[in-house]
Design a protein around this ligand. Structure first.
Ligand SMILES: NC(=O)c1ccc[n+]([C@@H]2O[C@H](COP(=O)([O-])OP(=O)(O)OC[C@H]3O[C@@H](n4cnc5c(N)ncnc54)[C@H](OP(=O)(O)O)[C@@H]3O)[C@@H](O)[C@H]2O)c1
Length: 247
């Protein structure tokens, strides 16, 4: 079983300026990563990212929907051991809403095509290092969460991408891991009235998980419980999520 310890390794995190992405940067530095590319689509956060440890953290401008910025990574990042596809967008939207297709298209660009294109661009470096890829999906990618209908579909697509990539890269000794959080305390969930786990818990449980060679990580109590319910009966979990919305 492939295990991946971040100590002494080179990592890249997308959507690093806040939320779970920033927690990954902090945890990677604490665990002895030798270099951490902290990607954000806006340079406003660069000073505060570099301030985490400017000898290790290198901020990089990256909008995951911009082809030319993704292409530029291939020269900016010549060596890489760990890619964390974290950047994501979520809009409250039901599939029956008039704008559902527009929201779906926009979210797919960021949450599915973004990780796909970035992984493709950085794969030669990851193959050379026999590294690791972590995709931040969601428990909503395992079973649709109705008020985040199109978002859940993007995270299901990312889950499927993660599974296919794992099989394809097995021969290259690259660990491919999916992470499936429940509600985490970030700007994305600021309107949710639910108990939320801290961002540091997602980062720490993910990095602990890949050190143990885990391919699926449920980093909080909610996602652990919901995944156990899914394994017991996918239809029952679908019903549980519907009841949370009184549908
Ligand atoms: N919070 C939760 O409960 C939860 C649960 C399950 C999964 N997740 C997933 O966890 C990941 C991180 O989310 P979060 O909770 O930390 O939310 P967040 O605080 O809203 O952070 C989202 C991050 O993604 C970045 N981003 C969005 N679109 C981007 C683009 N086109 N290019 C580059 N960066 C982009 C944002 O940058 P800007 O600041 O520029 O917008 C921000 O850094 C997401 O994939 C999310 O779907 C979150």
């Amino acid at each position: 079983m492939k295990q991946f310890d971040v100590n002494g390794k080179i990592a890249l995190v997308t959507g690093a300026n806040r939320g779970i992405g920033r927690a990954f940067i902090e945890s990677l530095v604490k665990r002895g990563a030798s270099k951490v590319y902290a990607c954000a689509r806006d340079a406003d956060s660069f000073d505060s990212l570099a301030a985490i440890d400017n000898s290790i953290v290198e901020p990089v401008l990256l909008d995951v929907t911009r082809a030319e910025q993704i292409q530029a990574l291939t020269t900016k990042v010549p060596e890489l051991d760990l890619l964390i596809n974290n950047a994501g967008v979520a809009n409250a939207c039901f599939f029956c809403a008039d704008n559902a297709a527009d929201i779906a298209r926009l979210e797919m660009e960021t949450n599915y095509y973004g990780p796909l294109n970035i992984t493709t661009a950085l794969l030669p470096a990851l193959k050379r290092s026999k590294g690791s890829i972590v995709n931040i999906s969601s428990i909503a990618g395992i079973s649709n969460f109705p008020s985040l209908g199109p978002y859940s579909a993007t995270k299901a697509a990312l889950h499927s991408f993660t599974q296919g990539l794992r099989t394809e890269l097995n021969a290259f000794d690259i660990l491919v891991t999916g992470v499936y959080p429940g509600p985490i305390d970030t700007r994305m969930t600021e309107d949710f009235e639910m108990e939320k786990a801290p961002t540091s818990q997602v980062a720490d449980r993910t990095l602990d998980g890949i050190a143990e060679g885990r391919v699926e990580i449920f980093p909080d109590n909610f996602s652990e419980q919901m995944y156990a319910a899914f394994l017991n009966s996918p239809a029952d979990l679908e019903k549980t999520f519907a009841e949370m919305h009184q549908l």
